[in-house]
Ligand binder design. Structure first.
Ligand SMILES: NC(=O)c1ccc[n+]([C@@H]2O[C@H](COP(=O)([O-])OP(=O)(O)OC[C@H]3O[C@@H](n4cnc5c(N)ncnc54)[C@H](OP(=O)(O)O)[C@@H]3O)[C@@H](O)[C@H]2O)c1
Length: 230
């Protein structure tokens, strides 16, 4: 039987690729985003800004939910204003909270459900200019573990902590060959992340393939947070 998934932020980037993997497996996917996806596929679409609009009511059990909106707002600490911290907290944490509160009953109605949220490598590995986004994503990691505990065993909750991945979100940091090469060289595996790296991990976490995993933050960072080349 078809499983039902909600992909918040399925119009572009990692969310789009995750939605496409699930659709290709014959699953039912509902996409929530501000803009209609510019790709063809068999999905339901709900146009919604998770910070401003009422989230759509979706009936029945939901087997998995992934929340993809996020930010990479890099500035020296002294240039960061309160509104920067608030904006990062809003989109990374409160947006996810709104969504999870809206669909808790749907997740509880499934036999076993899975939630995937996004952190960043910059939470466990301190990086200059990341104070605001790392603070917000640190809160996401706390949310993952708290909900994993509160909702076990019916609902699993895991997080992915990527390093830089080639999406629209990271485009400002990857504008030319020099930036690309420098970014690749920071990783022991000598490349930046591709959208498919994150989508395949997300699809694994959303489905029963990972049915004995909860409360985990999975590093997806070319080895950056774990090893150092001498
Ligand atoms: N890419 C990286 O280098 C990187 C590194 C570390 C962590 N991450 C994290 O990984 C996650 C996915 O990143 P990504 O690079 O795939 O992001 P992305 O390319 O910016 O895609 C974000 C998706 O979320 C939707 N979205 C954004 N704001 C929204 C809102 N207010 N309401 C509804 N939908 C909204 C966007 O669609 P619309 O514009 O149509 O709404 C889009 O589909 C994020 O949490 C990010 O922080 C990414």
């Amino acid at each position: 039987m078809k499983k039902k998934y909600i992909v918040v932020g399925g119009s572009r980037g990692i969310g789009k690729a995750t939605a496409q993997l699930l659709i290709n497996q014959g699953q039912h996917v509902s996409i929530i985003a501000r803009n209609m996806p510019e790709w063809e596929g068999d999905f339901d679409f709900y146009k919604c800004d998770v910070l401003k609009d009422d989230l759509p009511a979706i009936s029945g059990g939901i087997d998995g939910l992934i929340y993809c909106p996020g930010s990479i707002n890099l500035k020296p600490f002294k240039g960061l204003k309160e509104k920067d911290f608030q904006a990062d907290f809003d989109i990374n944490v409160l947006g996810a909270v709104n969504v999870l509160q809206q669909y808790t009953k749907n997740l509880q109605a499934a036999e076993q459900a899975s939630v995937v949220l996004f952190s960043t490598v910059a939470v466990q590995t301190g990086m200059a200019f990341h104070a605001s986004v790392a603070a917000a994503k640190g809160a996401v990691e706390g949310l993952v573990r708290s909900l994993a505990a509160e909702w076990s065993p019916q609902i699993r909750v895991n997080g992915i902590a990527p390093s830089i991945t080639a999406t629209d979100l990271a485009a400002r940091l990857l504008r030319n060959e020099k930036q690309l090469e420098a970014a690749a060289a920071r990783h022991p595996l000598a490349r930046i992340g591709q959208i498919s790296d994150a989508a395949q991990l997300a699809a694994f976490l959303l489905q029963s393939t990972s049915s004995w995993m909860t409360g985990q933050i999975i590093a997806l960072d070319g080895g950056m947070s774990a090893i150092r080349k001498l």
